[in-house]
Design a protein around this ligand. Structure first.
Ligand code: DGL
Length: 275
């Protein structure tokens, strides 16, 4: 292991959603140190203008590089990745990985009838990022795919207030997802990192014939491959407790309490960002 590989992986999201990606990264890459920033003071990103979200993304990525010396950045937010990934990749010397392309490739691998859906925030869906990524992924595999995309305003808010089941969120899901049922998609990408927390509700509304795909694991696999290609894989020493630090731009105590319920025991602290 070289000195560069000892540096942490940096990750950010507007709030708790990116913890689905953090969970997968911890499971797949348990030796890697992690810095996670949840921008809860400015969440939700979904309804905000693309230029504002781009500004937040640049600010967060700058902090990850400058304040934490990360070796790679994961944009664990579909909304930010949809509007800012290219600019981030051009602006920083470290690799920057988004969730959109890995998710689109995973989606295409899951369909049998070639009719797929993507749900996300208004910002993500309006950006057209998934239309382009699904088309590219389908072309790569020589497939012809029908895609339907739907914005699901309200889903993120249910997750952020820890209301991931019950009649209100189920009713909203039934209303928003009706066009997916009509289009008879057989694979649906949860194109917002918050949505895996609503997997049960979405699965119940769409039925067991529809495969639900999320980008957490495939993004973690992309991170592992990128680190390996650049000789940046970290190997923990025997008995080492690998450090993982979590920051929130909003209420850090709330982030700790809810974040720990979502992520699990590895979330041992939450501090205020900016530091
Ligand atoms: N979790 C984010 C995403 O994947 C953003 C949700 C939001 O802040 O609106 O799009």
């Amino acid at each position: 292991m070289n000195a560069s590989s000892d540096r942490p992986i940096g990750m950010f999201d507007s709030g708790f959603g990116g913890l689905t990606v953090a969970r997968a990264a911890i499971d797949l890459l348990p030796d890697e140190k992690l810095i996670y920033i949840g921008d809860t003071a400015r969440y939700p990103y979904g309804p905000k203008p693309a230029k504002d979200v781009r500004g937040f993304a640049i600010e967060l990525a700058t902090s990850l590089v400058r304040d934490f010396d990360v070796k790679l950045i994961v944009v664990a937010c579909n909304t930010a990745a949809s509007v800012a990934l290219g600019e981030l990749q051009r602006s920083f010397a470290v690799p920057v990985i988004g969730v959109v392309e890995p998710g689109a490739r995973a989606l295409i691998r899951q369909t049998r009838n070639k009719r797929v859906g993507v749900i996300g925030t208004t910002g993500t869906i309006d950006s057209g990022a998934y239309d382009a990524a699904v088309k590219d992924a389908a072309n790569e595999l020589g497939e012809s795919i029908d895609l339907i995309t739907i914005a699901c305003p309200g889903f993120v808010e249910f997750v952020e207030r820890d209301e991931t089941s019950g009649s209100a969120v189920t009713e909203l899901a039934r209303r928003l997802l009706a066009p997916m049922r009509e289009a008879e998609v057989d694979a649906l990408l949860l194109g917002c990192t918050h949505y895996p927390y609503l997997r049960d509700v979405i699965g119940q509304v769409l039925g067991s014939d529809v495969r639900l795909v999320d980008s957490a694991l495939v993004t973690a696999i992309t991170v592992r491959q990128t680190l390996a290609d650049l000789d940046l894989v970290r190997v923990a020493t025997r008995g080492e407790v690998v450090t993982r630090d979590f920051y929130s731009s909003g209420d850090a105590a709330h982030f700790f309490n809810l974040g720990r319920r979502f992520l699990g025991p590895e979330l041992t602290n939450a501090k205020a960002w900016p530091i």
